[in-house]
Write a protein that binds this ligand. Structure first.
Ligand SMILES: Nc1ncnc2c1ncn2[C@@H]1O[C@H](COP(=O)(O)OP(=O)(O)OP(=O)(O)O)[C@@H](O)[C@H]1O
Length: 324
């Protein structure tokens, strides 16, 4: 067996290359895949990079939130996933549809059948001159569905606890009721994905909770994969997975798990925050961590059997603990 200058045999290099080849494709088991997604806007000769290589995977049946400050790129991402805008580079797939290569006809079918949306502005979700039931029935009519439209509208309104609004027009409903009817409209054609862009932005916190509860019910009862985008950090209490977006990239992720105490058998919900490691191996360290240890420009790394240690660059040239 030939041996390279690093002591690795040719056989070992071939084995590693084969393992890389056989590795499943990124996002192979996800319903939504964003792979190094880039969106650049050009206005008056100035370029704005709204998305800067964003990676995101959402599995089928998940209910998750995407949070971020104003200008972080949330709406840009949402418009791409809704099929209303096209990315500049990277890849985006939803339920097997490629959002970069899709033609105009497929894009229309995608918007009508694959995704449902709820927008922040209640007026954008419902037609003012139709009743709640008629608003829910309309997408089914547009799709050419002939049977059981009224029954489906009725059962969706009941699931979202707004049956009593059946015959009311939007101006005869509260903001929270309008958003729950909007969720029913978005679900009318049984979409694979429900996208909600700041669905509680115009509501007070109690009403917002009811709308989040309606989104949770829809996700649990119908299994619809749901992505909620908001600048409201309190959404993390409402969902199991919250991904934070910063400067056009995903930065941290918080997962909530139910854990059972081995001694007492008592259940508790534990939230843990993770940093995101992108596909190029880049890790964004939280600013409060790096500031606390005065880390800047360079850090020292050490591989341990079960973790990687990171130390501030020490000008005295001291080596990290454990190193020879
Ligand atoms: N059509 C556009 N033309 C030029 N720049 C744009 C356009 N749309 C968005 N941007 C810029 O891209 C960046 C991301 O904007 P985006 O609207 O996605 O952020 P956001 O997180 O949704 O913010 P907000 O919560 O305020 O809606 C911002 O700097 C914004 O100014």
């Amino acid at each position: 067996m030939t041996e390279s200058s690093t002591g690795i045999t040719l056989g070992e290099l071939e084995r590693r290359a084969a393992a890389r080849r056989d590795r499943p494709e990124y996002g192979h088991d996800a319903l939504i895949t964003c792979d190094r997604l880039v969106r650049i806007f050009s206005a008056d000769g100035v370029e704005v990079q709204a998305l800067q290589g964003l990676d995101l995977l959402v599995r089928e049946g998940e209910l998750m939130a995407l949070v971020g400050a104003s200008g972080s790129g949330k709406s840009t991402l949402m418009n791409i996933l809704a099929g209303l805008d096209e990315p500049t580079a990277g890849a985006a797939k939803v339920a097997g549809c490629d959002l970069l290569t899709m033609g105009a006809k497929d894009r229309l079918r995608y918007r009508r059948e694959v995704v449902g949306f709820v927008w922040q502005q209640t007026a954008r979700n419902l037609l003012p001159y139709l009743s709640a039931a008629q608003n829910v029935t309309l997408p089914m009519q547009l799709r050419g569905r002939t049977k059981k439209k009224a029954e489906r509208a009725e059962s969706l309104l009941s699931l979202l606890d707004v049956s009593d609004c059946r015959d009311r027009r939007p101006h005869q409903m509260s903001g929270g009721q309008q958003q729950r009817v909007a969720i029913a409209v978005a679900l009318a054609n049984e979409p694979s994905v429900l996208l909600a862009d700041e669905p509680t932005g115009e509501l007070d916190s109690r009403t917002a909770e009811q709308v989040f509860a309606a989104l949770r019910t829809a996700n649990e009862e119908l299994g619809t994969t749901t992505l909620i985008v908001t600048h409201d950090q309190s959404v993390a209490d409402e969902v199991r997975r919250t991904v934070a977006i910063r400067d056009g990239r995903t930065s941290t992720e918080t997962l909530k798990r139910t854990e059972i105490d081995a001694a007492t058998g008592q259940e508790s919900v534990v939230a843990r925050e993770y940093a995101m490691l992108d596909r190029a191996g880049r890790l964004q360290l939280p600013a409060d961590y790096t500031d606390a240890l005065g880390m800047r420009d360079r850090v020292m790394l050490e591989l341990e059997p079960d973790h990687i240690g990171i130390w501030p660059d020490d000008e005295t040239g001291r080596l990290p603990p454990h190193s020879g």
